[in-house]
Design a protein around this ligand. Structure first.
Ligand code: SF4
Ligand code: SF4
Length: 90
């Protein structure tokens, strides 16, 4: 698994407005139980989703606030085939 680049973090929790999903050219943003996740192997690292998020939940990994570092693990973990509640919303 390669390094995550764009990551969805805590401000997305229980919001799920999905503006990011509408602009993602490859539909690599998936819905979890309480927030959305970016599939690290499908993401093109284009950055299109970052400015459209109303809660500023999307970050380049190098710019992610330290308090949300756990989301560096959550996004790729949720993309594993074994993850039980991943649902494509494309
Ligand atoms: S636009 Fe932002 S808050 Fe809305 S679903 Fe995407 S990451 Fe979450
Ligand atoms: S960076 Fe581009 S490809 Fe990756 S999730 Fe955002 S819009 Fe989709």
């Amino acid at each position: 698994m390669r390094t995550v680049t764009y990551v969805i973090a805590q401000p997305c929790v229980d919001v799920k407005a999905q503006a990011c999903v509408e602009v993602c050219p490859v539909k690599c943003i998936y819905q979890g139980d309480r927030c959305l996740y970016i599939h690290p192997d499908e993401c093109l690292d284009c950055g299109t989703c970052e400015p459209v998020c109303p809660t500023e939940a999307i970050y380049l990994d190098l710019e992610l606030p330290e308090e949300w570092f756990d989301y560096l693990k959550y996004n790729p973990a949720f993309s594993l085939p074994s993850a039980p509640s991943v649902t494509s919303i494309s």
